[in-house]
Design a protein around this ligand. Structure first.
Ligand SMILES: *[C@@H]1O[C@H](CO)[C@@H](O)[C@H](O)[C@H]1NC(C)=O
Ligand SMILES: *[C@@H]1O[C@H](CO)[C@@H](O)[C@H](O)[C@H]1NC(C)=O
Ligand SMILES: *[C@@H]1O[C@H](CO)[C@@H](O)[C@H](O)[C@H]1NC(C)=O
Ligand SMILES: *[C@@H]1O[C@H](CO)[C@@H](O)[C@H](O)[C@H]1NC(C)=O
Length: 415
């Protein structure tokens, strides 16, 4: 589809209804004057905890385009699996994917990038480092500290334990080359290098790390700084802007370029601190936008476990988020937008649509329209989105009993 035709289709597909083989609209003639409040309106999918076939990702991209989300943040690998076949680094997927059929080949990735692009969606890949990398030990045991250390909870936020030996310059070189190879595949200017949940206990028991630190006379933080600068430099050479999780600016003392973008995830309470440091930021706070919260605990042998970010985050809660709360006018300019996120410890193709849709449409509207929306008047629109998604093959869930959906306002708390 030509770009102009696509834009017209995207705008008008929301205006037309089909009923009894008749296509109609409730408002004509129509003039559209519209522009987004924020440039970054995303959705993040983790394809490492569980694998999602290409068709599921494409269906998700379709749904994203219908609500004008324009950034697919692809958390493609993590400690549990490495389903990404990177030219020159194919041993990582060969040894680290769940199976040979649960791998994104280079042509799969290119297919997803172009499918997304045709729908106005940029793909920001994430290679999370130096934590969340235990799986690299399958191909390169010498690069990973405390692999499989137990009890895992002492050495990692999730099993299995294992993080990059970033104090070793060979590891830094390897990751810089890996980033270069991945940067060559993805046309996006944004490249997420991760940087969350680094566990220091893991390095404390790792002899090779201690030996590297001793040999260089550096502290762990200084080594992390060197690793971060080297690996980010490899991206900057390729014209990319690094995107990091919030700990890289709030917990660690590393040198980042001022262009670096920050994903605020632990809590919306941390937004202010990131803004005060002057970084552009993307809202991704667990207390508003994590789709997996409230799903119960998944760790085995723990019958009373809850999700760490209980309770479930409703669409209304996400929709009520104020992107510039507590920020000065100057700090507010640092907000690029935001996104819903799906971590997939308890998700797969089976519940992808139902856990994401139509909830993710609420942040799509929030970051398109800006804050101050009214949940009462948004509800009928969201019902509408859910019906359309289902009609087009995306299994969006019901938000209310049909009785309520048919009577706007009748089920409001105060009605
Ligand atoms: C590193 O240095 C510390 C302090 O001098 C020493 O106790 C430790 O054994 C050394 N570790 C290694 C692996 O070289
Ligand atoms: C952070 O790093 C800088 C430069 O490497 C150093 O001057 C400063 O003392 C460090 N701050 C802390 C709190 O470690
Ligand atoms: C704004 O500040 C209040 C009071 O400190 C806090 O409770 C709230 O979580 C903050 N909101 C955001 C979005 O930072
Ligand atoms: C939200 O919209 C409803 C329905 O139009 C209206 O009654 C209510 O006053 C609005 N709430 C706010 C906070 O504007």
């Amino acid at each position: 589809m030509k770009l102009v035709a696509l834009a017209v289709f995207l705008a008008t597909a929301q205006l037309w209804y089909e009923h009894d083989n008749t296509i109609y609209t409730v408002s004509a003639p129509v003039t559209i004057r519209d522009a987004p409040a924020y440039p970054y309106r995303g959705f993040m999918l983790d394809t490492a905890r569980n694998y999602f076939p290409v068709a599921d990702i494409k269906r998700t991209l379709d749904a994203m385009s219908w609500v004008k989300l324009n950034e697919f943040h692809w958390h493609i690998v993590d400690s549990q699996s490495f389903p990404f076949e990177i030219p020159g680094f194919t041993d990582l997927a060969q040894k680290g994917a769940y199976s040979s059929s649960q791998v994104y080949s280079l042509s799969d990735v290119r297919d997803i990038i172009s499918y997304a692009g045709a729908r106005g969606i940029d793909v920001m890949v994430e290679i999370d480092t130096p934590g969340h990398t235990a799986i690299i030990a399958e191909a390169h045991p010498e690069y990973v500290a405390c692999p499989g250390a137990t009890p895992w909870a002492t050495y990692a936020n999730e099993p299995p334990a294992g993080q990059l030996r970033f104090a070793d310059s060979k590891v830094t070189d390897y990751i810089a080359k890996l980033f270069t190879a991945v940067a060559t595949i993805f046309p996006s200017k944004l490249f997420s290098t991760g940087g969350d949940e680094l566990n220091t206990n893991c390095y404390a028991i790792d002899e090779p790390t201690q030996a590297s630190l001793n040999a260089t006379g550096r502290t762990l933080e200084q080594a992390l700084d060197a690793f971060t600068q080297e690996t980010h430099k490899a991206l900057e050479v390729k014209g990319k802007t690094p995107v990091v999780w919030e700990e890289m600016v709030l917990v660690h003392n590393v040198t980042l370029s001022k262009e670096t973008k920050v994903l605020v995830w632990i809590s919306s309470d941390n937004v202010k601190a990131v803004a005060e440091k002057g970084y552009k930021l993307i809202h991704a706070a667990s207390d508003y936008f994590y789709l997996d919260c409230g799903g119960g605990g998944w760790v085995g042998a723990n019958p009373n476990g809850n999700s760490w970010c209980d309770p479930f985050k409703t669409w209304q809660h996400a929709y009520s988020f104020n992107p510039t709360a507590n920020l000065t006018a100057e700090e507010s300019k640092l907000v690029l937008g935001g996104q819903h996120l799906l971590w997939t410890e308890q998700s797969g193709p089976q519940n992808l649509d139902s856990i994401v849709w139509p909830r993710a449409a609420s942040s799509a509207e929030l970051f398109w329209t800006g804050p101050g929306g009214n949940v009462s008047t948004a509800l009928p629109r969201l019902h509408d989105v859910a019906y359309r998604l289902r009609q087009r093959g995306v299994d969006a869930i019901s938000l209310q009993p049909e009785w309520c959906a048919l009577r706007p306002g009748a089920c409001d708390l105060t009605a």
